[in-house]
Design a binder for this molecule. Structure first.
Ligand SMILES: NC(=O)c1ccc[n+]([C@@H]2O[C@H](COP(=O)([O-])OP(=O)(O)OC[C@H]3O[C@@H](n4cnc5c(N)ncnc54)[C@H](OP(=O)(O)O)[C@@H]3O)[C@@H](O)[C@H]2O)c1
Length: 324
């Protein structure tokens, strides 16, 4: 009897496999449909953030790379801007460049200058300067990666501390300082805080543990802040983590390709992702595909492939530095 029931169990077992196969297929089909919807079909969502009197977008690290390109893109689309940088001279050039993309729009551009690696920043004073403005989009973009080929015990402490301060301490405290104003502004329409993250926070890029760790922390912080606002306070303020792959920028002077867009090209996708209502976005479609492939692999294979790719990227950066 016992043997018979065992045989029956075994006979029934395979019946579950087609069902599992079907569920898995549906999961992947859903992923592909969602990808097409998000990147190519859905209506514009950044327009949701253009509400109230004189809506502003604040962008940190806006004097180069993704930040500067996003500033131009948002200004062209009708946002007033508050830009942040660390060099007054570079900021003046950036403001001129930004204004040139929409000279007749009658839009305002303000800025503030702070070295975000410093520990004596008065966050309250910075936020206080812009208290009365209708900021509806807040982009925590400033970030430092400093690709290196050194193990952490061969990198000096100041170097590592600076990365952690720029990538985690500053975004955290500047967001905290602006929070009451952003929450107030969200009473008249949606307000979004975007943390510019990195795929390095999800996969193993060699030698960049302080950078990758800081991005992973930001991803978690943005999720909890989102839950605090949306679930507990029921405010109209959301927090988004934008997962970025390789982009040609001021500090990362790699060649451009489909997978490594120039920051101006990248910023178009980034801005399209604003206001989408999603908590985590991968704004560039090619980065999205690469992300799905590498994170869908067994971890050891993913680490091996990403490490090999990153090493060749680091070599490219070193050669570029040597050329000056
Ligand atoms: N590029 C990529 O491939 C890539 C990939 C994944 C994620 N990301 C993320 O994207 C964001 C932007 O990166 P990016 O490549 O566009 O950078 P970028 O070209 O180097 O521009 C960085 C911006 O931040 C400013 N900045 C840097 N350190 C600062 C400091 N200590 N104090 C004040 N301002 C400072 C820079 O000012 P200056 O103009 O004075 O230098 C510049 O405005 C970062 O969060 C980065 O982690 C980039």
């Amino acid at each position: 009897m016992a043997l018979e029931s065992k045989i029956l169990e075994l006979k029934n077992l395979p019946a579950i496999f087609p069902l599992l196969g079907l569920l898995l297929t549906l999961y992947y089909v859903w992923g592909v449909l969602d990808f097409i919807w998000f990147h190519y079909l859905r209506p514009k969502s950044w327009t949701r953030l253009l509400h109230g009197t004189r809506p502003y977008a604040l962008i940190t690290g806006a004097t180069d790379g993704i930040g500067r390109s996003a500033a131009k893109e948002l200004y062209a689309k009708g946002f007033n801007l508050i830009l942040h940088g660390r060099s007054g001279e570079k900021m003046r050039r950036t403001v001129e460049e930004v204004k040139a993309v929409n000279p007749t729009g009658g839009l305002d551009v303000k800025y503030f200058i702070t070295d975000v690696g410093r520990l004596d920043i008065d966050f309250g004073a910075i936020a206080g300067q812009f208290e009365g403005l209708n900021i509806t989009l807040f982009v925590n973009n400033v970030g430092a990666s400093f690709p290196t080929n050194k193990m952490i015990d061969r990198s000096d402490e100041d170097f590592i501390t600076n990365i952690l301060n720029i990538n985690t301490r500053f975004p955290f405290f500047i967001t905290r300082a602006f929070l009451p104003y952003l929450r107030r502004n969200s009473q008249s329409g949606p307000v979004e805080v975007v943390f510019i993250g990195s795929i390095a926070g999800d996969v193993t890029v060699p030698f960049v543990s302080p950078y990758a760790g800081s991005k992973a922390l930001t991803k978690r912080v943005s999720r909890i802040l989102h839950a605090d606002e949306r679930v507990l306070s029921k405010s109209n303020l959301s927090f988004v983590y934008a997962n970025v792959g390789v982009v040609q920028t001021g500090s990362l002077r790699v060649g451009t390709s489909l997978a490594q867009p120039h920051s101006d090209d990248y910023a178009r996708h980034l801005v399209e992702s604003f206001g989408s209502g999603r908590r985590v976005v991968i704004p560039h479609p090619v980065h999205h595909v690469l992300y799905a492939i590498v994170t869908g692999m067994p971890e050891a294979l993913c680490d091996y492939i990403v490490s090999a790719e990153a090493r060749s990227l680091f070599r490219e950066i070193e050669e570029d530095k040597k050329k000056g």
